[in-house]
Design a protein around this ligand. Structure first.
Ligand code: PGA
Length: 254
């Protein structure tokens, strides 16, 4: 059965001490509970990662990830962080293709394909984000947009590499807006994504792929979203900055 994951995306929030304090609270709240979520992941700013990995030692249901990594292995890219550096801290995951990276940093599907290759080569698990804008949904092109993101971003991988990915469907119009996709809207897209994976890699790979929903997911709506057959957890932005909200979402699977 595929893994149930709830991942927090702190984005560019929390200074070093605030991040460590929040993470400690989260660990304390999830550590002893029998939780159906098989892994709670925090994707923090780079400056926190090493310390969070140290704090997470001994808790096998808690993992740490980055929010971005460079496509090249190393070199003269002032200010950038490589996948190898992230891996060397003990982090397990990296978010790639978040809509904010696509929108504000011009990340294209072609660039994201390279970032995915480099992350996998360095043994990081990408949480690969896809999703349509409001305009694309209103123009009824959302299925095409998502298919193109899959084909150009990750369908060049072989099946073994693909099996290491987590996919996150995040409708751009639902991110940080308080407008969540309805569970039916989200399920419709998740089912579509799984069918596309099955057509490319076979049903077994598709059934084993964790597909997260992201976009204004909170403790109130998580249960209904996560109850959908093709939704395997969430990628949580705003609500991951509050320990109670985040852990309530993590415990939704109980
Ligand atoms: P949100 O963000 O939960 O604040 O909508 C989700 C995300 O951007 O991953």
């Amino acid at each position: 059965m595929r893994k149930k994951i709830v991942a927090g995306n702190w984005k560019m929030n929390l200074d070093y001490n605030e991040g460590l304090a929040l993470f400690s609270e989260i660990i304390n709240m999830v550590k002893d509970e029998a939780t159906g979520t098989q892994e709670a992941v925090i994707c923090s700013p780079f400056i926190h990662i090493h310390s969070l990995v140290q704090l997470a030692k001994g808790y096998n249901k808690v993992a740490v990830g980055a929010q971005n990594a460079h496509q090249e292995e190393k070199g003269a890219y002032t200010g950038e962080i490589s996948a190898k550096m992230i891996k060397s801290t003990g982090a397990a995951y990296v978010i790639l293709g978040h809509s904010e990276r696509r929108q504000y940093f011009g990340e294209t599907n072609a660039l994201l394909a390279k970032k995915t290759d480099t992350a996998l080569k360095n043994d990081l698990r990408p949480i690969f984000c896809i999703g349509e804008t409001l305009q694309e949904r209103e123009a009824n092109t959302h299925f095409d947009v998502i298919k193109t993101q899959l084909v150009e971003g990750i369908f060049h991988l072989d099946a073994d590499q693909f099996a290491k990915l987590v996919i996150a469907y995040e409708p751009v119009w639902a991110i940080g807006t308080g407008v969540t996709a309805t569970s039916a809207q989200a399920q419709e897209i998740h089912e579509f994504i799984r069918k596309e994976i099955a057509a490319k890699y076979g049903q077994e790979v598709a059934d084993a792929t964790t597909i997260l929903y992201g976009g204004s997911c909170n403790p109130t709506n998580a249960a209904e979203l996560f109850a959908q057959p093709d939704i395997d957890g969430g990628l949580i932005g705003g609500a991951s900055l509050k320990s109670r909200d985040f852990t309530d979402i993590v415990k939704t699977f109980n």
